[in-house]
Design a protein around this ligand. Structure first.
Ligand SMILES: Nc1nc2c(ncn2[C@@H]2O[C@H](COP(=O)(O)OP(=O)(O)O)[C@@H](O)[C@H]2O)c(=O)[nH]1
Ligand SMILES: [Mg+2]
Length: 352
């Protein structure tokens, strides 16, 4: 999974990136350099699963964060010429916009609105460039797919013209599939990071309340954190971290919540495979069937899929081991159409 971190210059993007990725890139330097890092998603379940087995290798699910300058802060005024988005933003699974709430004269809501305008303008341009072509193709060839696509694009355009992001456009799954190839930005899940001053730690609720209207369940989430503190925290050894957190009167780094929210927002779940060579968490989208899930491991397993043998993590935990869960009858054999659940512990049977 790829998340692009965007926002105005000096909003704290690189600071948040450093905190999330445990890096030490220069902050406050007005540079437009982009940074990228792949981080492990912390998952206690994987650790517990591996305890009895002691695999030679443990592989966590991963998220890639990209810190990138892609937002001019001019909103609609930025015009068509400057709104071309970098590939890293277009192909990100989700966007994270960092908003400055820490400088004394900041205007967070205004900055969010400008950001929103730019996303909308960018999508509008892409659609305007393609709509006529699709309409013509549909008329000339009677191609059903082009027809559906043209309809969806029209619907998207009117939503954008009303100033609403496409995540609020009421598109169903089929409609979304029809326009996936355009990588429309306002359709991407969005995480809003309110970067608050140190003095407001403990007052996160005040900020959340102020931005409550911006949340769209399943499409847009808000996280309140102080990037500077989080970056300092991430640079400490685990014991010192605990002491620092206690000093601040908070229970865990906001980064953990940020990572978790990123994951949920994109609609991802995890399944596990555990054996002596490797214990591993695999990332798939919610709603993926067993056969496609097997393809996350290897295309041969997908092609030669026979069945999936599954114990759920909840049963593993309840009975204390995979074997005990199986003995209690908590072992399922599932076919290719089974929809995978988060935390399934799986052994795929296949032949090639
Ligand atoms: N006081 C305070 N300063 C911050 C915070 N986050 C970032 N900064 C400062 O804001 C400046 C810009 O941060 P940077 O991460 O480089 O912003 P970027 O341009 O968006 O990448 C730096 O001087 C940071 O130290 C914060 O939470 N509190
Ligand atoms: Mg930066």
């Amino acid at each position: 999974m790829k998340i692009a971190i965007i926002g105005l210059p000096q909003s704290g993007k690189t600071t948040v990136f450093n905190a999330a990725a445990g890096k030490t890139e220069a902050v406050g330097d007005y540079s437009k350099a982009s940074h990228r890092a792949v981080i492990k998603v912390p998952d206690d379940r994987l650790e517990k699963l591996c305890e009895g087995v002691n695999p030679r290798k443990i592989t966590h699910a991963e998220i890639e964060y990209i810190d990138i300058s892609a937002f001019s802060g001019k909103g609609k005024e930025s015009g068509a010429a400057t709104i071309e988005m970098p590939e890293d933003v277009k192909y990100a699974d989700a966007l994270m916009v960092v908003i400055d709430c820490f400088t004394p004269d900041c205007s967070p809501m205004r900055h969010f609105n400008l950001f929103n305008e730019e996303m909308i303008l960018s999508d509008q341009m892409i659609i305007e460039r393609n709509l006529d072509k699709r309409v013509r193709t549909a008329q000339l060839t009677g191609d059903k797919e082009a027809e559906i696509e043209a309809e969806v694009l029209k619907k998207c355009l009117s939503c954008l013209e009303e100033g609403r992001p496409l995540s609020q456009g009421g598109l169903d799954e089929e409609a979304i599939r029809a326009v996936t190839k355009y990588s429309l930005l306002s359709l991407k899940p969005l995480l809003i990071v309110l970067n608050i001053p140190e003095s407001d730690i403990g007052n996160q609720d005040k900020w959340l309340a102020q931005f409550a209207d911006l949340t769209i369940p399943g499409a847009r989430e808000t996280v309140v954190l102080c990037g500077k503190i989080e970056m300092e925290l991430a640079a400490l050894a685990p014991d010192d971290q605990a002491a620092f957190l206690a000093d601040l009167g908070i229970s865990r780094p906001a980064m953990e919540l940020l990572i978790q929210k990123s994951y949920n927002l994109v609609g991802l779940i995890v399944f596990f495979t555990v054996g002596e060579p490797e214990g591993r968490a695999w990332t798939i989208r919610k709603g993926t069937n067993a056969r496609r899930a097997a393809g996350a491991i290897h295309s041969d397993i997908e092609r030669g899929f026979i069945r999936a043998e599954i114990v759920s993590y909840a049963d593993f935990e309840k009975y204390g081991s995979e074997r005990a869960a199986k003995e209690a009858g908590k072992f399922r054999v599932e076919g290719k159409d089974y929809i995978m659940a988060d935390g399934d512990i799986v052994l795929f049977r296949f032949n090639i």
